[in-house]
Write a protein that binds this ligand. Structure first.
Ligand SMILES: Nc1ncnc2c1ncn2[C@@H]1O[C@H](COP(=O)(O)OP(=O)(O)OP(=O)(O)O)[C@@H](O)[C@H]1O
Ligand SMILES: [Mg+2]
Length: 282
């Protein structure tokens, strides 16, 4: 099967003013199949967010190509949803308006708002937005609040709803649960896995939390460098088949411990060559 998103020999170099250029990614290869849920791990600064922005089309690689369904797409579009690590909401718009802004702009632009059908479509979108808000565990009353009336975790969930309402085929989530308390985080993990199972969306999810990576991902990919000053590539991959999960979808405890050690070994520099580990059947 051809992959939905092949990343082929990707290299990215940043030039900062007055400093020598720095290679962040080099020789990065990754094949992403349609409908996969990939968790992306790796030490801070190794280029995880950069890789997501390449797939989003917000950045272009210096070398290599990122193809989406066989085409190079130079800029973001509605088929690729993005929950950035540093998201921002429009401060002067309510939660509901923040969520419906994306589809409204996409469908009507600025002037299309004057069209008669805008009002009825807006009503539908606001209805959809309420559904996503509730799915994210927010209350109906939160819909009419402004961002500065929300906690960090609430804002983060609004940012996720903003991405979901576009119904993207590819969803890129960059540490999207980092501001949530453990209980809310667990609930959000369940919701995102449900959305993935229901919609077949291809998801890339960056996280520093290994148990989260193992619970969410059907595959865990680790980016890492050869040396502290070096550039990053995929150094480790691991498939997490359904047979390693209990009926609630959680990896079985023994497997969780074993896989956590493998990933930790890779992340702290123990693993050097790309390697794919298949879980044993349980
Ligand atoms: N626009 C930019 N200009 C210059 N350097 C950049 C730029 N964006 C990222 N970098 C550098 O590239 C490297 C990788 O950054 P990136 O944000 O992709 O890392 P990350 O793996 O997401 O880290 P974290 O886990 O801390 O979020 C870092 O050293 C960062 O300073
Ligand atoms: Mg990052």
């Amino acid at each position: 099967m051809s992959s939905l998103i092949p990343l082929d020999n990707i290299g990215v170099e940043y030039k900062s003013h007055g400093q020598a250029p720095r290679k962040v990614l080099e020789n990065l290869d990754l094949e992403i199949a349609a409908g996969e849920f990939i968790s992306v791990c790796g030490q801070t600064g190794c280029g995880k967010s950069t890789m997501l922005r390449l797939i989003l089309g917000a950045e272009r690689p210096g070398t290599g190509r990122v193809l989406i369904e066989g085409r190079e797409l130079p800029r973001p579009d509605r088929h690729r949803g993005y929950v950035p690590q540093k998201y921002s909401l429009f401060p002067n718009q309510t939660v509901l308006d923040n969520i419906t802004f994306g589809p409204e702009m996409e469908e009507f632009g600025l002037w299309g708002r004057l069209l008669p059908r805008f009002r009825s479509r807006r009503k539908e979108l606001r209805h959809d937005a309420m559904g996503y808000l509730r799915q994210m565990g927010l209350q109906d009353a939160d819909a009419h609040k402004y961002p500065d009336q929300l906690s960090g975790g609430m804002k983060q969930r609004v940012a996720i709803a903003q991405a979901l309402i576009m119904k993207p085929r590819i969803l890129l989530m960059d540490e999207a649960f980092s501001a949530l308390d453990p209980g809310t985080r667990a609930e959000m993990q369940r919701q995102v896995r449900h959305i993935w199972a229901d919609t077949g969306t291809t998801i890339l999810f960056v996280t520093h939390n290994i148990s989260e990576a193992l619970y969410l991902g059907s595959r865990v990919v680790v980016l890492g460098r050869d040396s502290p000053e070096g550039s990053s590539r995929v150094i480790f991959e691991l498939n997490v088949p359904d047979s390693a999960r209990n009926t609630s979808g959680y990896p079985l405890r023994d497997e969780m411990e074993r896989l956590t050690r493998l990933i930790e070994g890779a992340t702290d520099g123990g693993q050097r060559e790309p390697e794919t580990v298949e879980l044993r059947e349980v």
